[in-house]
Design a protein. Structure first.
Length: 335
């Protein structure tokens, strides 16, 4: 969707709304790196090999994992995504491998784990770098023996599950520091896929913007028919530290506040943090410390919105630990 020079009718908009995408059609973009990625997915989808997806936060790692599953012979069975960063050490083993009644306090009945639920299908382990060492050991055993043992049970359960994993950390560095098992990494990364950040595929921003406009026109039941050239130029020149997820959120926000049928540059300048008027009209321009704090508070709120208020994910996007993030949330009264 390049410049808007004419106004399509409402019927033209309705008939061009995208259908539910599956397989590699989920991957929006014509950049040569994205086309190469799509071709690679076609080649590897039919195998049983584990896949490690590497890329920054917001690049679409789960979307790639779903595409692989839906292009495979497992597509009629379960695809189960697991965000390892949100599961605490005390529950992750039970969540992944299940437990039997009485295995621990509160285990009042047998429970299947996600690996057993995904039998015949695919399990996607996102943020796998967050797994604790004892879970890494159990995962390695599964990859070697294709069997699991529920918590508290002596019974072995055979399961047929393809593992796709993803991380945005530097795996080599984590291995060298002893935080991640090297043998597990090699088992998980029989095939590696690298997703480029949005700043390296800026030529895809127009088609991504069009995709999100169509999607949210339906979801929001709002008639937005396009985006102006100067708005596209503004979007194409941004750094996009939150990648495609950030672009998606910005398009949705713009569509909510837009009063016209075409997204304008002025609308984006109202919502993008770098264009908002001043840091604070009440702050003295000479008070650098207070100005920095005000900017930090606004930036944390912005990143939290990108992470859909998932504090673990927000901390990773900000490049700080969860404990530091919680301290700053308390300091600035952010809830």
């Amino acid at each position: 969707m390049q410049g808007i020079n004419s106004t399509p009718t409402v019927m033209e908009i309705i008939t061009t709304l995208p259908q539910e995408r599956t397989g590699i059609d989920r991957i929006v973009g014509n950049n040569k790196t994205i086309i190469s990625l799509k071709n690679k997915i076609k080649r590897i989808a039919g195998s049983k090999a584990t896949v490690m997806i590497l890329g920054e936060s917001g690049t679409g790692k789960e979307l790639i994992a779903r595409a692989i599953h839906e292009e495979s012979q497992r597509k009629h069975n379960q695809f189960i995504p697991v965000d390892c960063s949100t599961l605490t050490e005390t529950i992750i083993e039970s969540e992944l491998f299940g437990h039997i009644k009485g295995a621990f306090t509160g285990a009042d009945k047998n429970k299947k784990g996600l690996f057993e639920e995904a039998n015949g299908g695919t399990i996607f382990l996102d943020e796998i770098g967050n797994l604790q060492p004892h879970i890494q050991s159990k995962l390695l055993r599964f990859l070697q023996e294709r069997e699991i043992k529920p918590v508290g049970s002596s019974k072995i359960v055979k399961v047929d599950v393809r593992i796709i994993s993803a991380t945005n950390i530097n795996v080599d560095e984590e291995i060298s520091q002893g935080n991640f098992r090297e043998d597990l990494y090699y088992r998980l990364s029989a095939i590696e896929l690298h997703i480029p950040p949005l700043r390296e595929r800026r030529d895809d921003i127009p088609v991504l913007a069009e995709h999100f406009i169509h999607m949210y026109s339906h979801d929001l039941q709002k008639t937005i028919i396009g985006i102006r050239d100067d708005a596209l130029e503004l979007l194409s020149n941004r750094e996009w530290k939150g990648n495609v997820r950030e672009l998606q959120n910005v398009i949705e926000h713009a569509m909510i506040v837009e009063d016209n049928t075409i997204l304008s540059k002025e609308t984006f300048m109202q919502i993008l943090p770098e264009y908002k008027e001043g840091i604070s009209q009440e702050l003295s321009p000479l008070n650098l410390f207070r100005a920095i704090e005000e900017f930090e508070k606004k930036h944390i709120i912005y990143v939290l919105s990108l992470a859909h208020h998932n504090k673990s994910r927000a901390a990773k996007m900000l490049g700080i630990s969860r404990s530091v993030l919680y301290e700053k949330l308390k300091k600035y009264g952010i809830h």
